[in-house]
Write a protein that binds this ligand. Structure first.
Ligand code: NDP
Length: 307
């Protein structure tokens, strides 16, 4: 029987994840399809019940359901429990297990950014949504000693800090109001700067003015694109990286959880690049590449969701 893996989100008409996961299934001889389920929040419960059927291997979960799905599964892994967010579901018989592979995806992205340098201990995180939760948990468990979270709506950053209270008891985790002067003062003290907001996703905006970014920071944007934020940071003399590695490795970890096999990383990375060049958007919302750029031959070009 052909197994099914579904991406549940709203909207999920096109997806970079679909391009890399289907190619990985095909390459590894796994008889499975990766499908897109566009489900508004009111239909999430029914979608999760359906997953318990025999033909499903599991699912990915994306915006806006990562937090809502937590009470709907039977068991959470440590990372899903700690972040309060699930992006991957696997099966144990009919029981559903919620994982958060954004956390290992972020850790790998951070490791690549840091390279051969010693792992820094100070970070500034912009944003307090689901992506930021994976980032902050990754930083806490990586041994960071001071992490400052700025968010437009301060109460959400405060909620994040409260959420991690116990796991962050050995270090300083603080929420601060989104004022340029305060951000500038914190940037002068930090070593790592991460954009986990969606600013820059659909237009060429930057979360902070380039003049505020000091040289020599390690700068990561979760958005899978060369954003204005990254261009400004690079111009300021920083080392920069976009969200590609996080997206790739969260997907690779999910593939292994569903199939028990190592993910064909090179192929998945190639498919991500092809799909992006072909104008496919990720369900995470990473902007597509220049839509005018022709897709590589044979690359997916953003087929609509089957359902
Ligand atoms: P959420 O919707 O949960 O959070 C969005 C965040 O962006 C909030 O902090 C929000 O602030 C902030 N924000 C949005 N618009 C503005 C604005 N105009 N001004 C100031 N702040 C703003 O999304 P996620 O956390 O899931 O995703 C955030 C980003 O990270 C997205 O771009 C997504 O594509 C990317 N991502 C990438 C991943 C990868 O694998 N590379 C994985 C996960 C996410 P507020 O709370 O005040 O509204």
């Amino acid at each position: 029987m052909t197994k099914r893996v579904v991406l549940i989100g709203h909207p999920v008409a096109h997806s970079l994840s679909g391009a890399m996961q289907q190619a990985a299934f095909d390459d590894q001889g796994i008889d499975a399809t990766y499908e897109f389920w566009d489900r508004p929040p009111i239909e999430l419960g029914d979608a999760i019940v359906e997953l318990r059927g025999d033909d499903y291997l599991g699912a990915n979960v994306t915006i806006p359901h990562k937090e809502r799905v937590v009470p709907l599964v039977d068991r959470l892994t440590e990372e899903a429990h700690a972040t309060g967010a699930v992006n991957t579901i696997t099966k144990e018989g009919r029981r559903l297990v919620g994982h958060n592979t954004d956390v290992p995806g972020f850790r790998i992205a951070l490791d690549r950014l840091v390279g051969k340098q010693k792992m820094p201990r100070l970070a500034v995180v912009l944003g307090a949504g689901g992506g930021a939760r994976a980032v902050v948990y990754g930083l806490i468990t990586e041994g960071f000693q001071r992490v400052v979270v700025f968010n437009r709506h301060l109460h959400r950053a405060e909620g994040l800090v409260k959420h991690f209270g116990r796991s962050a008891s050995h270090m300083e985790l603080r929420a601060m109001p989104w004022h340029e002067s305060i951000i500038e003062a914190e940037l002068a003290k930090t070593k790592v700067l991460i954009n986990a907001t969606s600013i820059g996703l659909v237009d060429d905006q930057a979360p902070v003015p380039g003049e505020l970014i000091p040289p020599d920071l390690l700068v990561l944007d979760l958005i899978y694109s060369r954003t204005r934020f990254l261009r400004d940071a690079e111009a300021a003399g920083c080392t920069v990286s976009d969200g590609e590695q996080m997206l790739l490795h969260q997907g690779a970890a999910a593939f292994t959880l569903w199939t028990g096999k190592p993910a064909p990383l090179e192929l998945m990375q190639q498919k991500l690049k092809e799909a992006r060049a072909g104008g496919v958007r990720s369900a995470e919302g990473e902007p597509a590449g220049d839509a005018a750029t022709p897709a590589t031959e044979g690359a997916p070009t953003g087929a609509a969701a089957p359902d």
